[in-house]
Design a protein around this ligand. Structure first.
Ligand code: 7RM
Length: 633
């Protein structure tokens, strides 16, 4: 059983222990799991290389900790509740035993296909039970899963497939999403034109829509599992073997394949799940994220299932068939903890409270948020209208790279304060550094959020590019992990996140690199160059504002370019990255050395024309006035 902190005193005590003797602290947590061979040393590390090894030489399989370890107590208990896109389609529940059998059977299918320990498998699927089964089956046989959110374009998918050199893609015919049907197998086909590494595609039948199956390459899920045993002996893995790769956008260059290893991620996802949400046996936990994002990995699948929880997986979207859908689900399954993003809350606020009528939300005990700072209005609405004033809100700060929740209140234990993530989890040691790398200790300080000691859930590397891992996270401040976020510590010692200090935009909780979007815009034949910045957007948190320089205008004029730029980004990256505003400009404001001054563009996009800061390096100051005049409102 994963240990649960039950009081503020308990938290303070555990935190202190975790800092004074981190190895002993995490060994105690790790002992609650099943290891085929115990570790020799809890931790070996060095943040300069960086090299971090948790539970050194420990041998295990994470699925053995989900299934065999839970089987005695929870054989017939619900593991996954699946709610389909359309409310009138039948839902599915899988007990731990049923899920175990399906995972074993699909693991046997993977072996039959020729997937071996260490091979990479791309999963590009809607939120259906087979997605959970596929990822766990990979873990069972020691294959590395890399899940790509099914909203990404063929281009983005192709880039990820080639970066991982995956042999296999698992997908479905089509996907239901609200009232839309997405042709995801077609997108896979388009991506695979340039992916020689992929030998096979497994396709789940979801909509029964018409698709092409390529002879010798594509197989149906239901065919490939036919006649296979529901038993499978899990493969023994090293604690530091890779569990999964998950791509995240950076401020420059292509997406980064964040690598997580088995032992540390297992301990950290389970420990943080149980403690932050204060999960108790038989509670129903509902995380609304897609499994294609880290939140879904850690808090729909691994954290909950390792703790023997009942986890709810929802195929659809919060506004289909109407804006009451999440609350209908809460009522239907008597959900006890709900975990969603501020962007979803802000969007639901605009639909009004009528969607809450006749919904019994009294089962709720804890409300969670993640992905971006939650503004006070959204916080109060969530607290008052959803929690009826009785449920603590956990504002959970973390990253793909941290693997699990890192700064957050523990529900009902650490007093909350709107817009503050509050305090670090035990075992997580944040520090605030000024731009010269000096630690700002004490209260009422603000600066770069860094971490000075390893925690088990942290990333180990960027797939295929350790140098980039070092440069991105461990070089700006020597011997610290740099999060890229700004933070303030207030007079109570509480942490308030201030957003990215670099150029990542967070749109509806999704991280998008400005550079990636610019690259997509620049593909347009008439576009000369572009600069993308975020601006504050009432619903999405940040919106995307693109400043575009054209070589000439097409026949459609400015409006024509705007439209085709948006279309191009949608095609290349996906709809989440499409600019909300496109302004055609004559030139971009640049420094004398040729660097675009994004700082100025960010202010213009935010309708703030004061205080442009140091503009002494600006090549052409008059240009700024022209851009302001032409801004898109
Ligand atoms: C889990 C996730 C990470 C970035 C992170 C922050 C921002 C996430 C919060 C937050 C303020 C929060 N992974 N962020 N949670 N900012 N308060 N509670 O979102 O890799 O996709 O994004 O998201 O900037 O660095 S992520």
């Amino acid at each position: 059983m994963v240990r649960k902190i039950t009081s503020l005193g308990g938290y303070i005590h555990e935190y202190q222990k975790s800092v004074e003797n981190p190895k002993a602290f995490w060994e105690q947590q790790a002992e609650d799991f099943y290891w085929r061979k115990k570790w020799d040393n809890a931790l070996e590390w060095n943040f300069e290389e960086p090299s971090v090894n948790w539970f050194v030489n420990g041998k295990l399989n994470i699925t053995e900790n989900i299934f065999e370890r839970n089987m005695f107590l929870r054989k017939n208990q619900t593991a996954i509740i699946w709610e389909p896109n359309k409310p009138d389609e039948e839902s599915i529940t899988l007990t731990y035993e049923e899920l175990f059998r399906k995972v074993n059977q699909f693991a046997n299918a993977l072996i039959k296909i020729g997937i071996e320990k260490g091979d990479r498998v791309i999963i590009y699927m809607p939120m259906i039970p087979e997605l959970a089964i596929a990822m766990l089956a990979c873990a069972r046989i020691g294959a590395i899963h890399s899940i790509v959110f099914a909203g990404f374009s063929a281009n983005s998918l192709e880039e990820r497939i080639n970066d991982t050199q995956a042999k296999l893609v698992i997908t479905s015919d089509e996907a239901f999403r609200g009232n839309k049907i997405i042709q995801i197998k077609n997108i896979v086909d388009e991506a695979l034109v340039d992916c020689p590494c992929v030998k096979n595609v497994v396709v789940v039948k979801r909509t029964s829509g018409k698709i092409n199956m390529k002879d010798g390459r594509d197989v149906w899920w239901h065919d490939v599992i036919k006649g296979l045993s529901e038993e499978n002996e899990s493969v023994e893995m090293d604690s530091e073997d890779t569990l999964f790769i998950l791509y995240t956008s950076g401020s420059t260059g292509k997406p980064k394949g964040i690598v997580h290893s088995i032992g540390g991620y297992m301990v950290y996802s389970a420990y943080t799940f149980k403690n932050v949400f204060q999960y108790s046996d038989n509670d129903v936990f509902f995380c609304t994220a897609d499994i294609g994002w880290i939140t879904g990995h850690s808090y729909i699948i691994y954290g909950p299932l390792l703790c023997g929880a009942k986890t709810l997986m929802f195929e659809g979207i919060p506004t289909y068939p109407d804006a009451g859908r999440l609350w209908e689900i809460v009522d239907k399954y008597k959900v006890n903890q709900i975990y969603t993003a501020p962007t979803a809350i802000r969007s639901l606020i605009t639909y009004g409270e009528s969607y809450l009528e006749n919904k019994d939300l009294s089962s709720l005990k804890v409300l969670g948020t993640v992905g971006e700072p939650i503004n006070e209005e959204a916080w109060h609405w969530y607290h008052d209208h959803i929690g009826k004033g009785n449920c603590p809100i956990v504002d959970t700060w973390w990253q793909t790279e941290t693997g699990g929740i890192s700064i957050s209140s523990l529900a009902g234990i650490i007093p909350t304060k709107p817009s503050f993530a509050t305090l670090p989890l035990p075992g997580f040691q944040p520090v605030i550094l000024d731009n010269n790398g000096n630690e700002l200790s004490g209260r009422n300080v603000e600066g770069n959020l860094c971490v000075k000691f390893p925690w088990p859930g942290m990333l180990r590397t960027i797939y295929g590019d350790h140098k980039r891992c070092k440069e991105t996270y461990f070089s700006k401040f020597k011997a610290y992990y740099f999060t890229g976020d700004g933070v303030k510590r207030d007079e109570d010692g509480y942490y308030r996140l201030l957003g990215r200090v670099d150029d990542v935009i967070i749109v509806s909780g999704h991280n998008l690199g400005t550079a990636e979007i610019e690259n997509a815009i620049n593909e347009h034949p008439l576009v000369h160059e572009s600069a993308v910045v975020g601006y504050s957007h009432e619903i999405k948190g940040q919106g995307i504002y693109a400043f575009v320089v054209c070589s000439e205008l097409s026949t459609g004029g400015e409006e024509g370019i705007r439209k085709s730029v948006i279309k191009g980004v949608t095609k290349i990256i996906g709809p989440i990255a499409k600019p909300d505003k496109v302004q055609i400009v004559k030139e971009l404001p640049k420094t004398r050395s040729g660097k675009i001054m994004r700082r100025i563009l960010r202010k213009i996009a935010d309708d703030d024309f004061t205080n442009f800061g140091d503009t002494s390096t600006l090549l052409d100051p008059e240009l700024v006035e022209i851009i302001i005049k032409g801004r898109v409102k």
